[in-house]
Each structure stands twice: as C-alpha cells, then as structure tokens.
Design a protein around this ligand. Sequence first.
Ligand code: TYD
Ligand code: MG
Length: 459
Amino acid sequence: MAIKDKQRTEYACATCGTRQMKWTGQCPKCLEWNTFHEEVRFVEKFDAKKSRITEKPKPIRLKDVTLKETTRFETEIKEFDRMIGGGIVPGSLALVGGEPGIGKSTLMLQLSARIANKGKTVLYVTGEESVEQTTIRARRLGIEEEGLFLLAETNFNHILQEIDDINPDVLIVDSIQVIYKADLPSAPGSVTQVRETTQELMLLSKGRAITTFIIGHVTKGGDIAGPKVLEHLVDTVLYFEGDKQNNFRMIKVVKNRFGPTDEVAVFQMLKGGLAEVPNPSELFLAERVLEVPGAAVSAALEGNRPILIEAQALVSETNFPAPMRRSSGIDQNRLALLLAVLEKKVRYPLYRCDVFVSVAGGLKIVEPGLDLALVLAVASSFRSKPIDRNTCMAGEVGLSGEVRPVARIESRIKEAKHMGFKRFILPKRNMKGLSKEAREGIILVGADFIEEAIDACIN
Ligand code: TYD
Ligand code: MG
C-alpha cells in the first residue's frame, strides 16, 4: 500500500507557535489575542520500510565519545565575542531578535564586514532592503570588504543556489520573516514558513559548517510569526533591547548551546553605526549631577553583569487628591509598592506628593536589587538632602520594609570599587560569608530595614 503524506489544515499562533485544530480568539498558551492564522501542514506518515533502510545511529558509551575541540573565530567586535562565549562557533545558527529599527541590520552588517576582513566569505541576504539601500548604509559605515557579498532575494531555493555558488563561511538572513519556500502553501512570515526555512538553514549550517545568523523582527499585532516561534530550533538566541529615543542598545543572550546565557553587551547607536560600550557603568554615571537631592546609585545586575546606574526621584507636594506616580525604566507597580512601604514604615506622607522616578540611561531594569536605590532616591528628594556621592547600594525591599539579600553581591561590590565608590550599603544578611577581598578597600554598611539605610545615607 502506498503511503502518502497527508495535508492538514491547522491554526498556528504567530507569537508562540502553538498549533491547534480550531480557531480561537485567544491563544491558550501565550494568552495573546487574534494571533491564530490558518496554515496548511504536511504530515509525513511513518514509513516502516523506509526507516529500516536508512542508517540508524548506534548507542555509544559516553566514555568512548571523542570530542572535537570547538574552534571559535573572533569577530573583533570584542563585546559581541565576549557575550557569545569567546567568539563564533563555525556551523552554529543564531537568531537575532528585536523590534524593527532597533539596529539588527546595522550590527549584522558591521559584523559581516569584520568577518570578511579576516579573509572569510560572507553572504548577506537582504530580503527587506535592496542591494542599493544596503550599499548606501554600508558605505556610510565605511564598509567595502572584498569578501562580503550582498543578495537581494526572498525565494529560499534561489538563495540555496547562490549559497552553492559562493560557498560562504558565514550567512546572514535579513530577515527570516520575508524568506519563503515556494512549495509551501502558507504565506511568507507564517509560522510554517519561518519554521521550515529555519529548519533547512539549520541542516545547511550543520552539514556544511556555514555559520548562520537569522534576523527576526519582534512583531506586534500577531500577523507575522515572531522570533519566539524559532527559539527552540536554533543554537543561540540574542535579543536587542533599548528604546529608540535613547542611543543605548543592550543585547542579551537568552539561549546559547555553546556558551553561557544571561550575558549582556551594551552598544551605543552613533552616526557611524553601533559602537561598543565596554564599560557601561562609566557611561551611565558620566551624566550624573553630583550631590543633588533625589539621586542614588545602584549596583544593579543585568543578566550576570553588574552595572552601576543612577536612580532619580522627584517628590513634590501637591494639592490634588490623587497624586501622580510616574516611572520610566522601572515597573510602575514596583514603584507603587515601594512608596507604600515608605509611607507605612518610615511614615513619609507621600499621599500628599507627586512622585516621579526614572533610571538614567533609558534602560529598562527588572531587578529586585534596584529597590533600595529607588527607596533612597525618593527619601532623599522628600527630605531635600543629597546622598553622599561616593555611596553605592544594592538590596531588595520587602513588604515590611526589610532589606533582603540579593544575588552576586561580591561582583556588585567589585564593580562599585572599580568605579571609585567608597561606601556600599547592602542587606545585612549578605554581609555573612563575604570574602576578605570583597571587604577590602570599601566601607560596607549592612542594613536589615530601610530605616537603617536611610539613616546611613541621609542625615
Ligand atoms: P536598522 O539596523 O535598520 O534596524 P533593524 O534592522 O533592527 O530594523 O537600524 C535602523 C536605525 O538605526 C535607523 O533608524 C537609523 C539608525 N542608524 C544610526 O543611527 N546610525 C547608523 O550608522 C545606522 C546605519 C543606522
Ligand atoms: Mg533591518
């Protein structure tokens, strides 16, 4: 009996890739609305005969496995190399996600140039922009490397032919959402298309040791499949963050089969493209106005990395019954909670005051260790007294005003010392077990409750 592949119509969520037989308004998994789209899928029937002919892998004793040493090559963009674990692994496939206009194409073009400069061949498939547009951008960035090829194509099979011809070491696909395989019934940008093309690119990169970078836009509205759908298929996932009004861009490693996750690298978008920021603390603190009320420096963690940033607050009395609470860069609910703790525990009448809080640099920091600096910035503004310029802090604040321990305290203290701070306020419970090295060269002040921290900073 002939075994045929079966065609099946399904609905797939553009945000998380969940498939189901029926259309629903809301995705049961990611809870997004209106993200289900009809897609045709081929379901391959299991063919016992076929599977018998193909070579099957045999189990092998773990101790008998010989490992080839992974040779990495560096891109010379040092922050990028460090972030992905010390250079690029040949034959790996990375996904570069981020909102449109954040700088993905710019970074990839810069990266291509550096790699081509090292004598490697790079094929940059520009499906979104024409060769002319990309060239204008490249010229502006001062890029004219020999080994860099541009290809404006979206048909996957045509791209494959060019890959055969050029035989590149590195392939950039900008972006995966516009590339399509003509033999699939779904539209470009659908879950089926982005998955199928990514899967093929994975086979290609593994089979021929072509290092591949796939660009994927983070989409809103759920019409086009987002990069989340592809995360499980690729080796490495990098996400761009940062707001467009601000120059800073942060790249986070969300997944990495060849290195640590939670690494971050900071870049700055300048006229000449993205520039590395090897020491972000220096840059964020450079804008600091010293010794003004309402400012507190925090040693915050971004991924695994301690970054010193300044929390700013403005507390001003108002006659309106409903005072304003505004925050930028931090969670509004977190701010409300911290203000309530200050009202209840330190008895500041903040219900009579408008409170504005921001984190300098335009970064979004979601980290409990920032709490203490936020509380102290508000207290400092409320009391109109500045905090000593040489004081840095970190600590989570609990509902009863207790200062809770935070992760990686030693690396936070080290970063503060490195930036010339003389005093560090930290949770008392973090004081236990600190190494001798961490205690040296800085005055450590442990606090169990926020009152103690306020007393230590504001008098
Ligand atoms: P782009 O890399 O095209 O974003 P993406 O590929 O993620 O959609 O970045 C576009 C923005 O970057 C654009 O608004 C202009 C800005 N930009 C600079 O400020 N300087 C530069 O040198 C370049 C190339 C772009
Ligand atoms: Mg782009």
